[in-house]
Design a protein around this ligand. Sequence first.
Ligand code: NAD
Ligand code: TYD
Length: 353
Amino acid sequence: MTLLVTGGAGFIGANFVLDWLASSDEPVINLDKLTYAGNPETLASLQGDARHRLVQGDIGDSALVSRLLAEHRPRAVLNFAAESHVDRSIHGPGEFIETNVVGTFRLLESVRGHWSALPEAEQAAFRFLHVSTDEVYGSLAKEDPAFTEHHRYEPNSPYSASKAASDHLVRAWHHTYGLPVLTTNCSNNYGPYHFPEKLIPLMIVNALAGKPLPVYGDGMQIRDWLYVKDHCSAIRRVLQAGRVGETYNVGGWNEKPNIEIVQTICRLLDEMRPKAQGSYASQITHVTDRPGHDRRYAIDARKLEAELGWTPAETFETGIRKTVTWYLDNPEWVQHVQSGAYRDWVNKHYNAS
Ligand code: NAD
Ligand code: TYD
């Protein structure tokens, strides 16, 4: 038995692969294009491990994907591969359409070709698990109930629109062709190996470098935070027991305004790595808001809990402490991802705002 994981050198995919191989001997074929967000260094502990093979390639490369499927005959494909950063999608949506929409379409077609030729028993056991986001549901008002799986799709950014499109394709490949799919829609993740363009790692890295902590607008936008390893355990559970064709919302009931997140990070750093003088909070700077910025996301994860018995292991307090500790303990990883490409992005995005 084998898994084919796509995007397994990125933040969540790599955490998934590391956690999977820590508790299972089932091999993983890891197909990743190694864009700026893909980092083989995250998988360094798997070097020489026969259970893991990293293949550099595109989910849209039908010949490559078909070859990998024929060669390894995975029992499941888990699709993490995507362009994932909202701000980048605003500056340049093209890659988001290419990978998240066209790439997912091509991947589905390659998988369908392989799956439809399998013997009946293998066809029935096969799964295509698509990893998606709560952002497809759009933005909530303060008093609205959290997103359930029945909330209408109202994506507002090029990123969320491209993920919404991919979710629709996955759904259609099930309804039309019978492909045994599962979809998970998760809230914002945080934890180890998170690329420092996203809020939490950016704030930790900037704080330690003595740089401004750029809070968009009033900082009162709300996100629902889940420790990445809890997302990975939810995906394992859905793969194991999810009902084919269903979607499952994944979240930990941890809604927080951005400014509170930044203040919490500053407080933890003040405790663990105090500055010679004053608090890291003095570096907080309010900058121009993101265009079309969604005000609030919140996930209702009751279906996953009731049907599959999944609950998160971390609270926000335990998870954020682990995360800050990880960044303090791994300065080389951070230094290595801050390549020329990363610096170009920071200059382009933050110097313009
Ligand atoms: P990431 O940007 O850290 O990693 C994406 C990975 O996909 C990278 O390794 C990249 O090299 C790879 N990739 C990109 N284009 C590819 C292509 N065409 N073919 C093969 N590989 C390609 O993203 P992440 O935060 O790990 O997110 C993983 C998935 O989870 C995405 O689908 C994202 O939409 C979803 N998601 C993310 C969050 C979050 O908070 N980060 C929350 C919910 C859902
Ligand atoms: P981000 O980590 O980019 O995730 P997403 O946009 O997918 O939710 O951003 C999380 C929140 O933090 C979002 O409301 C935007 C805000 N934010 C800032 O205020 N400053 C920043 O520098 C970044 C990257 C994000």
